[in-house]
Design a protein around this ligand. Sequence first.
Ligand code: SF4
Length: 461
Amino acid sequence: MYQIRIKGTKDKYEYEELAKVFLRPEEFNMVTDGETEILIDAGEFGDTESDDTAEKKKIKNMVKQRLFQELSAATGMNPDWGILTGVRPVKLAGELVTKHGEAAARDMLLNEYLLQPKKAVLILETYAYQQAHTGKPPDRSAGVYVGIPFCPTRCLYCSFTSNQKGPEEIARYLKALYREIAFVGRQMIEMGYLAESMYMGGGTPTTLTAEELNGLLTHIRESFDLSALREFTVEAGRPDTIDEDKLKVILKHDIGRISINPQSMKAKTLELIGRAHTPDDTRAAMKLARKMKVPIINMDLIAGLPEETPADFCETLSEIIDYEPANITVHTLAVKRASRLIEQDPDFHYRRAETVREMLADADARLRGAGYVPYYLYRQKHMAGSFENVGWCKPGTESVYNIRIMEEAQTIAALGAGGISKSYCPSENRLERIANVSNYEIYIERLDEMIERKKINLFEY
Ligand code: SF4
């Protein structure tokens, strides 16, 4: 990267054009008069070439602190998460508590990582909840994810593997998926691994018909040893894909948890984000699920959706709280690279920061008031205000799968298009990623290759 500084002028267009004759735009940065250059010398904080990784990390954090302070002074902003940019702040809180004790961890989060006190408290209490309720994963246990990459329509903000296809393509996909399920089930039994949790997500698994769902769940039950299973979740996601027959199948297979995700209870918003369901669909799905006594229901909602005000969000939240689902997950809108939204309005999430701050503060207060506690939390890139997603639960109804995914201390076998498996090595406390392709057609074509990769790498520890 070339840093080019030209003093004595504010006009840089022509100089930039000349530089582009030599370099690609991403290969240089040009600063002229009137632009603020922030210059930090990392060497000022210690030996950046040191072989001591702890020392290097310390220096890196000091440079980040300085950069945070400089940018904060320049912009007047004071982001809640301080210098933390990673997606798993609870994992960091856990590492600090284990190493230094809770009081010291809190101090470090506030003074070294520069978190706002409410965020430091939030991750410490989330970690404490996880320790008290789920503890460490059993040895040679795994979480199993099965992906169904189909949805009735594609949401505006979607960056997942979601396809809108007819029965023939779905049948072709399921045939391939059955093979992967049979292989991984057998492999786990042979290697002495037991599934602690099963999670069927996507996409929207309830896009499948009741017969397809029944066939798939039967195949899973026949392929895996589920004797140590703590929970089985099926994301029903889109309320308009739920009907009595599908719920019957889900209950027949002893699935204890489903998600019904309204995202918003405002009709105009649902239309804007391309969900193709109405608030009444959510109401009907909830009514049906209650009537059929589905044990644990999670409901997702998103703060920061297009055109929504804090009052709209508040109304959605009130209605959701009234249903008393065991879990409520409050997401912050993330505008990811693969979404339609980023094409339409790449700056959308920057403008929504203050609105989202208000929405999340409201959610925090009202969910606590209604008896929910935070049990898992993660952050994503490109989130409005760089905030967080929080899973709230009525005590004792947390999802083990969601916690384990964020802890990164258990093997995850992810099956289907877009599934990213993670092989956990306990002696080195390290994860190795083994990714399936996300395009479902290529998944069908190259399944043998992906099975082979799992055979060699997934259960090697
Ligand atoms: S329901 Fe989820 S997976 Fe399906 S299109 Fe919407 S965001 Fe994507």
